[in-house]
Design a protein around this ligand. Sequence first.
Ligand code: 5GP
Length: 185
Amino acid sequence: MAAIGSFSLLRNCAVTTRAFSNVRVSPRATSSFNSIKLIHPHHSQRSLFCTNAIHDEEASAKAAAASADSGAPTIFDKIIAKEIPSSIVYEDEKVLAFRDINPQAPVHVLVIPKARDGLTTLGKAEARHGEVLGQLLYAARIVAEKEGILDGFRVVINNGPGACQSVYHLHLHVLGGRQMKWPPG
Ligand code: 5GP
């Protein structure tokens, strides 16, 4: 049985079903564990290398994305509909950009198409998506300018479980405000 001391490690990892069956939880850890339980179905499909700090709201999003690339609605639909709050950096008719709830850099903004139109992942892109893909990239540039990071920023798209994608609504991560390293993890 895994020691309780291992729990902090598990909190920061996407864990497998097998790992879960070995976890014993102290009362103090209960609220975090509830978060983990919420994300468990999705994380069972994810690599141990997909690390993320656990946050209740993020865990809810991951629970919503539990069915992975099923085409089911995601938390981003609720953000687009303004049913749940987000910190919006830029918005136009086609694109919404808002701050990531779990920032990996001083500036971490997500740029998403308002209409998913089959784009759960970049891997689903077809020629007809060319226009919106261009709009997303251009919006990333606008975000970088608004955030004052035009001299150094990174745009990331995680595609599928092997790249730790957790929300199946195409999104660009715009990261900056610190020295970015290469190669990425
Ligand atoms: P992915 O892992 O799919 O590449 O990126 C999804 C991103 O969405 C993660 O960085 C995660 O922190 C962010 N995210 C998930 N749920 C929410 C939410 O409810 N609000 C905001 N602002 N970001 C979220």
